[in-house]
Design a protein around this ligand. Structure first.
Ligand code: UDP
Length: 438
């Protein structure tokens, strides 16, 4: 919490020129460390959104579930953006699939906070299906405009998990999730999708009803931009001549890290003895991501790449540009990826991406223009793709330039937040019109 900020000053100023918005992110706390289990893209995106919306005239409160007793209830992220941690259920980490029962408490805690602070939020933007349920309840209680972003879609996620056997049966909560995902599409004032694929999936698999607007996620170009490879490697103490294949993300079976390890082992580049695999991402000792990390370590050992693999652990978001800049290629071998922020972060740093041909990755990565798209889990084709990029420096340079240009054109955070700002304003204008005509 930044104590230097005078709360009274903020309140009086904001009442004059700022419009209130509540962003609800049930499990994606924007003020927590990212890169470990269940703290990834959602946390990063919500934090970036909250930090940038005030420049468009919004006063932002981001609501999330409190998962540690010692965490402060309110974090002042910037003068006009706060994270508010609501007590809903035990103050400890609970896997997403088990949080639903605490969502009624989340709604009560939200309402209690709002009444205590005497705040009215004309716009509520929910993220992930659990927050969608909260948003629908709030819409019944107060006159709000409700915007929703899925970030993960049950129907597609479950299909991929059963196909790739990362799940043997659907979790108990699946039926409720699918129902809420349909309700939010049909009842929200607008659902924001991040890729064309997501829009198609919603229309084909969820419902024909409801308003959908395509606004891709974006990344900060101030943070993620090209840096000289030699400079980045020197700063991180990495070898200047090795060919580096990079993975950035959480340890989760659906991320397909095993495919990458096995592909590196099969690649021709391995035979030169000059290949290095750098894996960035953390795990927590008492959580399931630890199991996946151990499984990946075993795979690395099994294929004889232990000497050539560096497990870096979790890296702070602001240090990540250096890791991207070190790489010759970044791999995203996911079985399922609704959007995949890592793809646009790597591309913004001018790194070619080899990604699975799934979900949002089909939209961010352009095959043979900014990188390569490969059928997920196809080890042989991933290995060939790695060789193709590593063996051809001139082509790799062209991919790198195209990748950076594509992010500037389509996935710039400022543009994303600008589009959301316009959407919120359009919805508020509808509200005013309605008031005037009734
Ligand atoms: N990330 C991070 N530190 C790490 C590993 C990952 O901050 O050590 C961030 C990464 O930069 C990205 C996010 O975690 O912004 C992962 O988002 P993505 O959409 O790729 O995957 P998700 O975690 O949502 O499945």
């Amino acid at each position: 919490m930044d104590n230097s900020i005078n709360q009274k000053e903020i309140v009086s100023k904001s009442l004059v020129d700022k419009q209130r918005i509540a962003i609800i992110s049930d499990h994606g706390d924007p003020s927590t460390e990212t890169g470990v289990e269940e703290a990834g893209g959602q946390n990063v995106y919500v934090r970036q959104l909250g930090e940038m919306l005030p420049t468009f005239g919004w006063w932002v409160d981001i609501f999330t579930r409190k998962i540690k007793k010692e965490d402060p209830m309110i974090v002042q992220n910037s003068p006009y953006c706060r994270t508010i941690r609501l007590v809903a259920g035990p103050e400890k980490f609970i896997p997403r699939d088990q949080i639903f029962d605490y969502m009624p408490e989340f709604v009560s805690a939200f309402e209690a906070f709002r009444k205590q602070e005497n705040i009215y939020y004309p716009i509520v933007h929910t993220n992930y299906w659990l927050s969608a349920w909260v948003g629908l309840k709030l819409k019944n209680l107060t006159d709000i405009k409700l915007v929703h972003t899925y970030l993960s879609l049950g129907t597609v996620k479950y299909e991929a998990a059963l196909k790739y056997k990362t799940l043997t049966q659907l979790p108990e909560i699946a039926e409720t999730r699918l129902k809420v995902e349909q309700q939010i599409l049909e009842q929200a004032d607008c659902v924001v999708v991040n890729s064309l694929q997501e829009k198609k999936d919603l229309r084909n698999l969820v419902s024909q009803k409801g308003c959908i607007k395509l606004i891709p996620l974006g990344t900060s170009l101030d943070r993620f931009h090209p840096i000289l490879q030699s400079e980045a490697r020197t700063k991180l103490g990495l070898n200047l001549t090795e060919q580096i294949v990079l993975y950035v993300g959480r340890f989760d079976p659906r991320k397909g890290i095993e495919t990458m390890v096995r592909a590196c082992a099969q690649s021709q580049a391995r035979l030169t003895g000059n290949l290095r695999l750098v894996i960035v991402g953390g795990s927590c000792s008492d959580r399931i991501d630890e199991l996946e990390r151990k499984r990946i370590e075993q795979t690395v050992q099994e294929v004889g790449l232990s000497e050539k693999t560096l497990f870096v652990g979790r890296v702070d978001h602001h240090i990540l540009p250096l890791y991207y800049a070190c790489a010759d290629v970044c791999l995203i071998p996911s079985h399922y990826e609704m959007f995949g922020l890592v793809a646009i972060e790597a591309m913004a740093c001018g790194i070619p991406v080899i990604a699975s041909d799934v979900g949002g990755l089909k939209y961010t990565v352009v095959h043979e223009e900014t990188g390569l798209l490969i059928p997920s889990q196809n080890i042989k084709l991933f290995a060939e793709a790695i060789d193709q990029i590593l063996a051809n420096k001139v082509w790799a340079k062209q991919l790198s330039i195209n990748a950076s240009n594509r992010v500037h054109k389509y996935f710039n955070l400022t543009t994303t937040v600008g589009q959301l700002n316009s959407l919120y304003n359009e919805l508020l204008a509808q509200k005013v019109e309605l008031t005037l005509t009734t």
